[in-house]
Design a protein around this ligand. Structure first.
Ligand SMILES: *Cc1c(COP(=O)(O)O)cnc(C)c1O
Length: 384
C-alpha cells in the first residue's frame, strides 16, 4: 500500500535517538532546548515551546491568550478536530467561518461579515484559529488587519505548514499572529514521533505557556513568591504535563535539517501530478505567487454531476489498487459531538461542497516518480 503520507527516517535520525538514549537525560534535558532554539531559528520567532503534540500546544496557546468559559473561539470547519477542540478545553464557545473555494482556507470575506454581525450582537470572538490547509497559508494580512479592527487574537494552526511562506514572511515568524503551532506527527512535513510546538515573539505568552506546560510549576528562584529554600518549587497555576521528551526532540532536531529538501521534493512530485492529471475532469490544487506552500497534501476534486458518488467509487477502487487515499476533511461541524452542540449540515456550504468532492492522493518525500505515474495511470483508468 502506498500511504497518503508517511515519515522519512534516515540513519542520522536513528543515531540521534541512540545518542539521547545513552545520555543522562531522556526528558527535560538539553535536546529539548536545542530543538526549541532550532525551530524558533527556522520559523523566525523569538520563542518556541516544544510539546508532546500540536493539540497540547493549541490548548496552551488558548490558555496563554486568556480564553475562558463563555469566551468565543472561531476556526475553519475544514480542519482536523483539534483546531476547534482547543476552544472547548477552555470552556469557550466554538464557532466556524466558512472557507473560500480556491484554497479551502477561512474566507476573509465570510470572516468580515461574521465580525460585523458579531459586533452588533455583542458576540465577538476572543481568538481566531487560522488553519493553513494543506500547507497553503491563509490570507494573513487581511486576518491581521481584521484582528486589530475587531480586537481578537490570532493563532495560526500551521500543523501542515512548517516551511511555508506568506508574502515575505516565513510561517512561524508570527508576523501576523500571536502564536503559531506546528505538528510533528509522522504524516506531517517533519516528525518527532508525536510532538508539536508553539512559537511566539511575546515573552509573556512564552512564559505562560512554559508554566502551564509543566503543571503550572516554577523552580525559578526569581519567580517564587515565598522565601525560597534550595529545594523549593511552587505551583502557581493549574497546568498539565504537555512536555516533549528528549528522545522525541532528538528525532525532530535531526529531521529539521531536511525540512527544505522535503518541501522541494513535494513541489517536484506535485509538478508531476499537475502535468499528468491536467486532462482529467479534476480540479487540482492551485499554487500562487503570493505564498509558497509546504504542500502537506495533494487533494484533488472531482468535477462531474455526482461527485460524491464518484468519489466513493474512486476511493474504493484506488484502495484496491494499493493506493492509500484519504479525505481531508470531514467538516468539523459534521461530527456528532459538534452536532450535539447545535451545528447542522448546511451551516458552512463551501466546506461542505468541498468535502463532498475531494479526495487526497499520496504525497510525501518517499514517493517515487514511478509511484506518481502509477497513481496517475490508475486515475486515468478509473476516470477515463
Ligand atoms: C495534525 C493536526 C493537528 C494535531 O496535531 P497533533 O500533533 O497530532 O496533535 C491539529 N491541527 C491540524 C490542522 C492538524 O492537521
Amino acid at each position: 500500500m502506498i500511504p497518503y503520507g508517511t515519515q522519512d527516517i534516515h540513519e542520522e535520525d536513528i543515531s540521534s535517538v541512540i545518542d539521547t538514549l545513552r545520555s543522562p537525560y531522556l526528558t527535560q534535558g538539553p535536546k529539548i532546548k536545542q530543538f526549541e532554539d532550532a525551530i524558533a531559528g527556522y520559523g523566525g520567532s523569538r520563542h518556541a515551546i516544544a510539546c508532546n503534540s500540536a493539540t497540547s500546544a493549541l490548548h496552551l496557546a488558548c490558555l496563554a491568550l486568556g480564553l475562558q468559559t463563555g469566551d468565543r473561539l472561531w476556526t475553519s470547519p475544514n480542519s482536523f478536530v483539534a483546531s476547534a477542540n482547543c476552544g472547548l478545553y477552555c470552556g469557550a464557545l466554538v464557532d466556524f467561518i466558512d472557507i473560500e473555494l480556491n484554497h479551502f482556507n477561512i474566507s476573509p470575506l465570510a470572516l468580515e461579515e461574521k465580525l460585523i454581525w458579531a459586533r452588533e450582537n455583542n458576540q465577538l470572538p476572543k481568538i481566531l484559529v487560522a488553519v493553513h490547509f494543506a500547507g497553503e497559508p491563509c490570507n494573513m494580512s487581511k486576518i491581521h488587519k481584521l484582528s486589530k479592527e475587531y480586537g481578537f487574537k490570532v493563532i495560526e494552526d500551521a500543523s501542515h505548514a512548517i516551511g511555508s511562506t506568506y508574502k515575505e514572511s516565513k510561517t512561524g515568524s508570527c508576523t501576523y499572529s500571536d502564536i503559531t503551532i506546528f505538528s510533528f506527527h509522522p504524516v506531517k512535513i517533519i516528525t518527532s514521533g508525536e510532538g508539536g510546538c508553539a512559537l511566539t515573539n511575546d515573552p509573556i505568552l512564552a512564559d505562560k505557556m512554559r508554566l502551564l506546560q509543566s503543571h503550572g510549576i516554577t523552580r525559578d528562584s526569581e519567580k517564587i513568591t515565598a522565601p525560597s529554600e534550595p529545594w523549593f518549587y511552587e505551583q502557581q497555576d493549574l497546568g498539565f504535563n504537555y512536555r516533549m521528551t528528549d528522545i522525541h526532540a532528538s528525532i525532530g532536531l535531526s529531521q529539521l535539517k531536511r525540512v527544505d529538501d522535503y518541501i522541494k521534493r513535494r513541489h517536484f512530485l506535485a509538478d508531476h501530478y499537475d502535468e499528468q492529471l491536467k486532462s482529467l475532469p479534476l480540479i487540482l490544487p492551485k499554487r500562487t505567487q503570493e505564498t509558497h506552500s509546504s504542500l502537506h497534501l495533494y487533494p484533488i476534486q472531482i468535477c462531474n454531476e455526482q461527485p460524491t458518488a464518484l468519489r466513493k467509487e474512486l476511493f474504493i477502487k484506488l484502495q484496491e489498487d494499493g493506493i492509500g487515499v484519504n479525505v481531508h476533511y470531514i467538516p468539523i461541524h459534521y461530527q456528532p459531538y459538534y452536532q450535539a452542540m447545535g451545528f447542522s449540515k448546511g451551516d458552512y456550504p463551501n466546506a461542505e461542497k468541498y468535502y463532498s468532492r475531494t479526495i487526497t492522493i499520496p504525497l510525501h518525500p518517499k514517493l517515487s516518480e514511478n509511484d506518481v505515474s502509477f497513481i496517475c495511470d490508475r486515475l486515468k483508468h478509473h476516470l477515463g
